[in-house]
Design a binder for this molecule. Sequence first.
Ligand code: FAD
Length: 323
Amino acid sequence: MGKKVLVLGEMRDGALRNVSFEALAAGRTIANDGEVVGVLIGETVASQGQELIAYGADRVVVVEDEKLKHYSSDGFAQAFLAVVEAEGPEGIVFGHTALGKDLSPRIAGKLGSGLISDVTSLEGEGDDVVFVRPIYSGKAFEKKMVKEGIVFATIRPNNIAPLEKDASRSGKVITLSAEIKDLRTIIKDVVRKATEGVDLSEAKVVIAGGRGVKSEDGFKPLQELADVLGGAVGASRGACDAEYCDYSLQIGQTGKVVTPDLYIACGISGAIQHLAGMSNSKVIVAINKDPEANIFKVADYGIVGDLFEVIPLLTEEFKKLKV
Ligand code: FAD
């Protein structure tokens, strides 16, 4: 039997994040021949409704309020719960992003539903959907099914392929007037470090540096390689602790989880806490001077050598391929 599934369209800097389209694909699998309803929350977000429809939403519900200009769990929970009350969904999907991780337990708690978080794939369809998620820092996978109540899941970015965009799809974008009560936390301004280029958690190629990079300047060849490949630079906690780079680049158990198509680990030993954030990458290349380094155990391709010699060579070769 088909289900009605709400999928949150997550915005960043005025545009929908890619994970929203992946969440729509997951929503479609859960809904089967039911209805996928996109949800947009913010101050002025309705203009993104058609984009959600092009990626698989049957229609879109928008909640707009000046109190929702910046994300707050309080405000977004009020808005999303208003949509739940109006729509009575049987399924909900969020991205497993900082926002999704913060908001989903609050919504599940209010609804008294379960929550399957950090899903990396779905098997089957409709009532028979099996959710696959990593456990023990990615060393094993567990499979879960929901037998009763709302099917609520967050999906890890870069794991579930979005449906093909079809700009000719049509559907209604309706605005729900929801009362957003005074927020306990008022965000006056969001101050962010200016970052350029590709978002690390959604990047298809990640060039990560560890303590072996040796200095802030040591990250420059990694950035050059990332630029040539259209990727993002990441880091181990070793590199962050040594102040070679910002903690926003940290990948691992206490940093970001990434699943790019290509992960190049440069001067990273491969501690279990680092592997927790990258071992599900599709292809892993490790560059390390130490042939016994643990990172080689998870690498598809290993290069034993000095990263300062190997990376410029790779950059030059990739540049040639692009010409
Ligand atoms: P090192 O272990 O010092 O490795 C450096 C590597 O560089 C070595 O293998 C060396 O052979 C190689 N090298 C040196 N020079 C060169 C060169 N010129 N060319 C090529 N190779 C070279 N770590 C994370 O990364 N992410 C986390 O989220 C995280 N969370 C943690 C949470 C907890 C609770 C704890 C206790 C630890 C956590 N850690 C995390 C830290 C983790 O245990 C390791 O200490 C850290 O990952 C090591 O970083 P590294 O590999 O860069 O440094």
